[in-house]
Design a protein around this ligand. Structure first.
Ligand SMILES: [Zn+2]
Length: 202
């Protein structure tokens, strides 16, 4: 805790006084973030840092390998799906960005023969990447990167299985986007909506 408390004290001495009015406004008016980000839990890939975003700007889900599950009814503890429903139906976000990244441990694990073997929750979660794995079968050398790009595409496809996402996209009230962050070089690549290819931002 010591390190966290030190960080908190720096926040209270620095950013808090600068952003006090903004926090007060957000407290009294509520949040209205225009963007939801679905990112990996990886400690090196913080969306607020990468997009230099302040309080109230990003509604974020982070989980292993930046995945959204497909729509399922009858489930009980659907953390990711509940957040997606809240963002789209209650907050009415304008866009959902799926943010993947280089050196993703979740994607690396999914490349093994029996992903998450011996785990309770990781194994079924990583099974969501089976489809992505099948697609990169023919990939030449860098299977890790190929799967990282594909994990973003799978999440974008799964998002469209949610009826409220599909209808908001059809009504042009919501757009979906994909991007991948390079941990080593800090470069953000954004997915072209038409070609599905990723290109670095200038
Ligand atoms: Zn990751």
């Amino acid at each position: 805790m010591e390190q966290l408390i030190e960080g908190y004290r720096r926040f209270r001495a620095g950013r808090w006084p600068e952003q006090r009015a903004l926090y007060r406004k957000l407290a009294s008016h509520g949040q209205a973030p225009p963007t939801m980000v679905i990112a990996c839990s990886d400690s090196r890939v913080d969306p607020a840092t990468i997009f230099d975003a302040g309080p109230g700007e990003l509604f974020i889900i982070r989980n292993v390998a930046n995945l959204a599950p497909p729509f399922e009814s009858g489930g009980v503890y659907h953390g990711a799906s509940a957040a997606i429903e809240f963002a789209v139906c209650v907050l009415k976000v304008k866009q959902i960005l799926v943010l993947g990244h280089a050196q993703c441990g979740g994607c690396a694990a999914a490349l093994h023969d029996d992903p998450g073997a011996g785990t309770y929750f990781l194994a079924p979660w990583l099974r969501m990447l089976e489809k992505a794995k099948a697609r990169i079968e023919g990939a030449a050398e860098d299977r890790q990167s190929a799967l990282e790009y594909e994990s973003i595409r799978v999440t974008l496809e799964n998002l469209l299985t949610f009826p409220f996402v599909r209808s908001a996209v059809a009504a042009q009230k919501l757009s979906l986007a994909g991007a991948r962050f390079g941990v080593a070089d800090g470069v953000l690549e954004v997915m072209d909506a038409n070609s599905g290819q990723f290109r670095p931002v200038d």
